[in-house]
Each structure stands twice: as C-alpha cells, then as structure tokens.
Ligand binder design. Structure first.
Ligand SMILES: [Zn+2]
Ligand SMILES: [Zn+2]
Length: 375
C-alpha cells in the first residue's frame, strides 16, 4: 500500500500537536489496518498532555478510545474477537490494551490490566520508527499485534466510542461487591463516572447518589443516566455538608454501601470514605494519572470502619465484550455525552479546554471526540 496517512503527534508535555504524514503499512499476517472514524478524548489523555503519567515518553500519539473501519486485513484474519466474520469496510471497536497472555499477571493473578509485558494503543512514543499509527488521534491506526481484540459493531460512532469508558466501569463494578438494593455514591460526572453509574444500576443498585457537576449540564446528564439524587459541588461547596446530605439519604444515616471515586481529585478520596458505611466498599476508579496525595486516618477511615478498599486499573477485554450489548441496548442516551466532534488539527485547543472551564466553541464539553478529518 503506497498511500499515506496522518498522525497527530504531541512533541512534549504541554507542547504542540503537529500533523505528520507517514506511508501506510501493509498489514502483516494476523494484523489489521483501521481507517479511523472517531476517537474519544479521555481525562487520561488530558493528563498525559500535561505529563502526569510516569513512564511514558514523548513525542507521543495519544488516543485509546476509538472506532474505525477496517482498511486492510492481514493474512489470516477473517473474524473479530467473538467470531463474527469481518471484511474491509466493516466498523470495529478496538480494545486498546493488549496483555501478553503468558506472564504472572495474565496467567496467575488473572489481572491482565496489570500485565507488564503488554501495551496499549494510544500510549506509544512516536519515536518508535517501526509503527507510526499507534493511537486514535490519527487518520489510521495500525493494530500491529496479533493479540489485539476487535469487535464488529453497527453502533453509531457517538455510542461506539464510549465502549472504552464502559469497559473501565464494568471492571470497577466487578470489584465493588454491589448487592441488590444497595445505595451507591458516584463521585464525578465525567464519562467514567456516568459509565460507573450505568453499570452500578444494572448490577442492582437501588439508589444512586451522584456528586459532581460542577455545571448544570453535567448534573442534567447524571439525572438522565439514572441518578436518584444529585449534589452539585458548585452549589454545595462544603464537603462536610455533602457527607451529611449523603448520610441523610441512607438507612439509619450510616452511609452508602458502595462509593465509586471517579472524580480523580485526591480530596474526593477522603470525602468518599467519609460517606461510606462501615463494612462498605470504596472503589478508586478516578486516578489513572498521578495528580498528588491525600491524608487519611487509618483508624477512622479504614480499620475501624472495616472497609474494603479496591483499586481498579483500566478495562479488560471482558469489559468490552460485556459492555457492547449494554451499549447496543441503548437504555441511556449515550450519544448526548458527545458534546464535540472536532478535526485532528484542533487538538491543541482540545487539550486546553479543561483549563478554560471545559468550554470549547462557546459550548460546555463533556466527552470531546476527534474525527480523522484534518480540517
Ligand atoms: Zn480513557
Ligand atoms: Zn502478561
């Protein structure tokens, strides 16, 4: 294949995006070349723009949430991960994380998201001369590893692109020990928070208390995605008041059964633990980058409270496979979360949107997406 494709490359933390053109690879046996359609901008991408993820190197091609069409199939690929026949032109969702399948983490601990031999598309340095098309902010993505899982779908792009955050939520909920009828607190109104809310509800939560915002649009989305009670942190500014409000809505004022921290702010961890009942479960699913520390009291917050503390890292193939029918059911208005669909050349502005009050083109953003168009 002699054609060329574009990759959006970030030169350094808080640097500049440049669109670079490279020759498109001919997919090797067992691999796939994707014509990118839509990529989601995740909080993790924004943090990586600021250099908050230790261990990654720049220049880098970001974008780990993406949907595209098969541009070319390497020899031997005839089906997707679930055995559905695939051909050129089919729309597929890509599972960005690829575990090695043979290390201690993959085989013994059975936690492939902690595999140290694996990798994920969207986290590659562009200095890698072998493969340039390694992330979703590009015209094409080369799925160069034969273990990469793809899932064929007819979902609209604006829904399909949310499968990655849904997979993260499924992983988190599977670690939460939710019981039917539980009262669950969700901290954070981004895509992960709302996805955890959807999955917690489907897992049997009877009452969802959503703490987030800070804008009316995000609170409106929280309600449309099934929150029974919402608390906007811009309106109720005092954490002690929010903790009391949550407790007042629980049985005998003891606190919530399960708390999902999806805000990614260190202080939310302490607040969330204060909202949790004794013997409850706290799931940390908001800190995918290093944004600082928080002080806890091991007696009051953990030991005396008899809590289960769960960290939840990333999404597994299982989360994509179980998440796809959840999205396909269209029980919630997923497409409303996509507030922006912008060309690659606007990535510099996109990365700065959080610093500008999440406003882009005079419109509040929730999930910003990037199309493969360059202009
Ligand atoms: Zn993400
Ligand atoms: Zn492994």
């Amino acid at each position: 294949m002699a054609r060329k494709g574009v990759v959006a490359v970030l030169d350094r933390p808080e640097g500049k995006y440049e669109l670079k053109e490279y020759p498109l690879p001919d997919p090797a046996p067992g691999t796939v070349l994707i014509k990118q359609e839509l990529g989601g901008v995740c909080g993790t991408d924004i943090h990586m723009y600021h250099g908050h993820l230790p261990g990654i190197t720049y220049p880098i091609c970001l974008g780990h949430e993406f949907v595209g069409r098969i541009a070319a199939l390497g020899k031997g690929i005839t089906t997707d991960f679930l055995g559905k026949a695939v051909k050129e032109g089919d729309r597929v969702i890509v599972v960005p994380g690829v575990g090695c399948g043979k290390c201690y983490w993959c085989e013994i601990a059975k936690t492939p998201t902690t595999c140290e031999e694996g990798f994920a598309y969207g986290f590659f340095s562009d200095g890698n001369k072998e493969y340039h098309f390694t992330g979703g902010y590009a015209g094409y993505v080369y799925l160069h590893h034969p273990r990469t899982a793809i899932l064929k779908t007819d979902l609209p792009l604006e829904v399909g692109v949310l499968l990655e955050p849904i997979s993260v939520a499924l992983h988190a909920v599977s670690r939460s020990n939710i019981q039917l009828g539980d009262t669950v607190v969700i901290q954070g109104s981004g895509a992960v928070g709302l996805s955890c809310q959807v999955c917690a509800k489907l897992a049997g939560a009877a009452k969802i208390i959503h703490i987030g915002g800070p804008t009316p649009f995000r609170i409106k989305m929280a309600k449309e995605f099934g929150a029974d009670i919402t608390i906007n942190i811009a309106e109720v500014k005092d954490p002690e008041e929010r903790i009391q409000m949550v407790k007042d809505k629980t049985i005998k004022g003891i606190g919530a059964d399960v708390v999902f921290e999806c805000a990614g702010a260190p202080q939310a961890v302490r607040e969330g633990l204060d909202m949790l009942r004794r013997s409850g479960t706290f799931v940390e699913v908001g800190h995918f980058t290093d944004v600082g520390e928080v002080s806890l009291n091991p007696f009051t917050h953990i030991c005396n409270k008899n809590v289960s503390l769960q960290g939840s890292w990333g999404g597994e193939v299982e989360g994509f496979v179980r998440g796809l029918p959840i999205l396909e059911k269209r029980q919630f208005p997923y497409e409303k979360l996509i507030t922006h669909k912008l060309p690659l050349k606007r990535l510099n502005e996109i990365m700065q949107a959080p610093d500008k009050g999440y406003i882009l083109d005079d419109k509040e953003s929730l999930k910003i997406t990037v199309s493969s168009e360059t202009s």
